[in-house]
Design a protein around this ligand. Structure first.
Ligand code: 0X9
Ligand code: ZN
Length: 440
């Protein structure tokens, strides 16, 4: 819910006392506000686009609102500049604390083992897991479902030396040369915990049901699904390392930049896809959240992803898993020019959207990525521009924030499992048309 419109004097008061909504700001970091700001003029758009703030929803459309995290002083400055902002009713420290509480483990009725005892829900999906636990889960799938899960080991190292792990979900009945490859990339943005958690759930659903569900088995006759569940392990582990809001809100990798005080590269701006070529599509400032890095593909995480995807046979489609916003972003993200196959891609997106809505009633929207905001160096565009794939970015639940209680993991997993089934169903029944790459 939005709180009342904060006036200039209210912001000034907040800035001067640093007592925010009844909470005293931490000594080590000035507490920030989450704002919803209305952009009424091009000047206001420019002020927000160039301010040193944490933009949560980057779309800067005229007569639309944008969500961001800023200091009370910056909020006061916006008010002085005539930008109307409302403080969002989000108590981030409380949300961060709640996020760390596992869902209460309850024995559930519906599924029974062969001995008739009720099976316990998998605790893996009752809390957000560490990178190590995610790696172990892949190994345990490989042991339990060797016919469907093939670990592919490390496809490269992160800046801090963690392995970027990949695996393949398929059946071994039909030769790979007769199948098409689909690629899922998770966790490129550190703070978007629900993205990797959901991708793991979706995978679990596929591999645990593949032997008994004819529809899923049919998909695996046609496709090899290649998955990197966590392409930014350093950023993810950093964002888990403390309950401080600024740590939890970490987005980039953990590169030590030349400008020592500002760490990290936005990995979703580092791909060889119109890198640094789209106006305001990324930043050259290491202090910004969308810092593109010193050169194209400079980051080892991105080198690993690009090298891996290039090896995949018969590449068809891809999904880059993010949060938040409940959006199915379709190509392109770097240009407003519609994809030449947009009619078919829209048809596919609508089927995914309706399958998702069928589970918990959540409404996702489908728009071209650039309509959110144009970017350069993004994963989806790289797949589309360089790998010949029809590629999406899925922004998962919810519509307010990255910090979701772990009770969201299973519902998000269920709705996205339905979405992925609709996705695979469409691809198995329809030959995707080829598309042309626009000149601009
Ligand atoms: O900014 C991003 O990288 C994505 N949004 S997020 O809030 N998860 O950071 C959107 C990327 C969409 N794709 C393109 N515009 N190419
Ligand atoms: Zn993201």
């Amino acid at each position: 819910m939005l709180q009342s419109l904060l006036s200039l004097s209210a912001f000034a008061l907040l800035a001067s006392t640093s007592v925010l909504a009844g909470r005293v700001a931490r000594a080590e970091e000035p507490e920030k506000l989450v704002l919803d700001c209305l952009l009424q003029t091009v000047e206001q758009q420019h002020i927000i686009a160039t301010a040193d703030i944490d933009l949560w929803s980057h779309h800067l459309l005229l007569n639309d609102t944008v969500q961001l995290r800023a200091s009370a002083q910056q909020a006061a400055d916006f008010a002085t500049q005539g930008i109307q902002c409302q403080e969002l009713d989000l108590d981030l420290p409380a949300l961060i604390a709640e996020e760390r509480q596992p869902v209460l483990v309850r024995r559930q009725k519906p599924t029974c083992t062969s001995f008739g005892a009720p099976s316990a829900p998998d605790p893996f999906f009752q809390s957000y897991q560490s990178y190590d636990a995610i790696k172990s889960k892949v190994q345990s799938w490989a042991k339990s479902y060797p016919d469907y899960v093939t670990p592919l080991g490390s496809v490269g190292k992160s800046v801090e030396g963690r392995d970027i792990i990949a695996f393949k979900v398929t059946n071994n009945k039909i030769s790979a040369t007769e199948k098409q490859s689909i690629f899922f990339n998770g966790g490129i943005h550190a703070r978007e915990w629900i993205a990797s958690a959901t991708l793991m759930y979706v995978t679990n659903n596929l591999v645990t049901k593949a032997s008994t569900d004819a529809q899923l088995a049919g998909f695996l006759d046609k496709f090899e699904i290649y998955i990197i569940p966590m392409s930014n392990p350093d950023g993810y582990e950093y964002s888990r390392s403390s309950t401080s809001t600024s740590v939890r809100m970490w987005r980039k990798n953990r590169r030590a930049n030349a400008k020592k005080s500002c760490m990290g590269v936005d990995l979703n701006r580092n791909f060889d896809a119109k890198w640094a070529q789209v106006p305001d599509g990324s930043s050259n400032d290491p202090c910004r959240e969308d810092y593109r890095g010193p050169s194209v593909g400079s980051e080892p995480e991105i080198q690993a992803v690009m090298k891996f995807v290039k090896t995949l046979p018969n590449r068809l489609a891809g999904i880059d898993w993010h949060s938040y916003g409940q959006l199915l972003l379709r190509p392109w993200g770097w240009t407003y020019t519609p994809n030449s196959n947009d009619a078919q891609i829209l048809d596919l997106s609508k089927k995914v959207k309706s399958a998702i809505a069928g589970v918990n009633g959540l409404q996702f929207s489908t728009i071209p990525g650039a309509d959110l905001y144009p970017t350069d160096g993004a994963t989806d565009d790289w797949m589309g521009l360089k790998m010949g794939m029809t590629a999406f970015t899925f922004e998962l639940r919810d519509t307010k924030t990255f910090i979701l209680p772990p009770s969201n993991i299973i519902p998000s997993g269920e709705e996205m499992s339905a979405g992925v089934i609709a996705f695979l169903d469409f691809l198995s029944k329809n030959k995707l048309n080829s598309y042309q790459i626009p000149s601009s």
